[in-house]
Design a protein around this ligand. Structure first.
Ligand code: MN
Ligand code: MN
Length: 298
């Protein structure tokens, strides 16, 4: 595919010229954004259901421009991405919510890359299941303080602490690579072993992207960052990643010609715990950089 030859279903924007000069040739496709205001499986505090709204407000507050750090313009007025609003009317029962979330994710994934705003981390299970219907052989890059690999928590198999156990036992993803982990229990270490999860702990990770290729889904539980950078989360776990660590991960995904970002989510922002919208602004920044990465098609 060459510059000036738009492929069917994709749009080539003049704004890509700047980035073409800096990086590989690519076309920009339309990206879907969807809010998933669901936090009924949170084990400690509710609140993340309100996050999509505060992330959007931060994104559109006028304090920043629409260029990513890599030089991609993601102005919604250019049609680079479409905000589909929130997936409303979600039932509190996780089993029922699962079906609704998976179906909507699958429908959006059929049209191109999709970025989701949670919600608690349970939503990643149906989101990945939906995206995987159109993009097989997924590698999940997972930022979190917690492995979220419990077989069950407090007797509940559908919890924000269990999504990756469900994903891995059902074979929904091929690989799970975690970054920023610093709370693994003995049980979760067994689960890491059982599912062959690749873990880069907060203490050990050097900031590099391991050798991944093909279809990638990025899930960012914002408590993977240190509470100093992201106070608006339910579970403050000191000793975490920096904002720069996580941006670096996104930028490495964006720059790799052999990696295709097909989906992403930003979860676990709890506006009730936020200070001066710091974490909402972080969510908006992560969304902007993810939009830039998802728009790249080598
Ligand atoms: Mn999580
Ligand atoms: Mn977490």
């Amino acid at each position: 595919m060459s510059v000036g030859t738009p492929v069917s279903g994709a749009v080539l924007f003049g704004t890509t010229i700047f980035a073409i000069a800096m990086d590989a040739t690519y076309v920009v496709v339309t990206i879907s954004v969807l809010g998933v205001p669901y936090d009924a499986t949170s084990s400690f505090l509710r609140g993340p259901a309100a996050a999509p709204e505060v992330i959007r407000r931060a994104l559109h507050c006028g304090s920043a421009n629409w260029f990513t750090e890599l030089g991609d313009e993601v102005d919604p007025a250019d049609g680079v991405w479409v905000d589909h609003g929130d997936l409303d009317g979600l039932p509190s029962s996780p089993e029922f919510a699962f079906v609704k979330i998976r179906e909507r994710a699958a429908a959006l994934a059929a049209d191109g890359p999709a970025i989701f705003l949670g919600g608690d981390h349970y939503v990643t299970y149906p989101l990945v299941a939906g995206v995987a219907q159109h993009h097989g052989d997924l590698t999940i890059l997972h930022v979190d303080a917690h492995p979220d690999l419990y077989d069950e928590l407090d007797g509940e198999r559908h919890s924000h602490a269990t999504p990756f156990a469900r994903i891995m036992e059902e074979g929904v993803a091929r690989r799970l690579v975690q970054f920023g982990i610093r709370t693994a229990t003995a049980h979760q270490r067994d689960q890491i072993e059982r599912f062959g999860v690749e873990v880069h702990t907060a203490a050990e990770w050097d900031g590099g992207l391991p050798d991944v290729s093909g279809n990638v889904y990025v899930t960012i539980d914002v408590d993977g960052l240190d509470p100093a950078f992201a106070p608006g989360v339910s579970h403050h776990e000191p000793g975490g990643l920096t904002t720069r660590d996580v941006l670096g991960l996104i930028h490495q995904v964006a720059r790799r010609d052999d990696v295709r970002l097909v989906g992403a989510d930003i979860v676990e922002i709890n506006p009730e715990r936020d200070i001066h919208d710091m974490t909402a602004m972080l969510g908006a920044k992560l969304l902007r950089e993810l939009l830039g990465a998802a728009g790249r098609r080598p």
